[in-house]
Structures are given as structure tokens and as C-alpha cells.
Design a protein around this ligand. Structure first.
Ligand SMILES: [Zn+2]
Length: 79
């Protein structure tokens, strides 16, 4: 028996295992596709206080910067 969810952005229903489900501080958000998730999450970011976002933004960006740095180091070693 598979459960059905309803997309929070466009209202389309999708079965369990498909789509994107994100839980933010006990709020469950359901998106049938990446584009709906992107639309919703982008609006949250635009609505949010920049001071609140800044530290998270820096943290996440730093994480990916380090991953990218690591990847380019690996690529250099191959040559
Ligand atoms: Zn949708």
C-alpha cells in the first residue's frame, strides 16, 4: 500500500517514493518535482531575514568550496 502526497506548490498528487519531501522544524513539505521544490525554497530564502540566512549560507558555501577544492586537487594529481 503506497501513500499519496500532495505537492505544496501546484497541488498535484504523487506516490510515496517519488517527488521530494523535506522536513523543516516539524513542518513537512511535499513537492512533486524539483522545480516545485526550487520555487518554494527560493521563496523561503527571499522572504527570510538576510541576517538569519547569512551564517547558514556561509557554512553551506564553505562546505561546497572545500569539496570543489578537494576535487580539483584530485584532478591535478591525475595529470
Ligand atoms: Zn508540484
Amino acid at each position: 500500500m503506497s501513500q499519496k502526497y500532495t505537492c505544496n506548490v501546484c497541488g498535484r498528487s504523487f506516490p510515496e517514493g517519488q517527488g521530494i519531501i523535506i522536513e523543516i522544524s516539524s513542518n513537512k513539505l511535499y513537492f512533486h518535482s524539483k522545480s516545485c521544490a526550487y520555487k518554494f525554497l527560493k521563496e523561503i530564502i527571499m522572504e527570510a531575514d538576510t541576517d538569519c540566512i547569512n551564517s547558514s549560507l556561509k557554512k553551506v558555501k564553505k562546505k561546497y568550496d572545500e569539496i570543489l577544492e578537494h576535487l580539483s586537487e584530485k584532478a591535478e594529481k591525475k595529470i
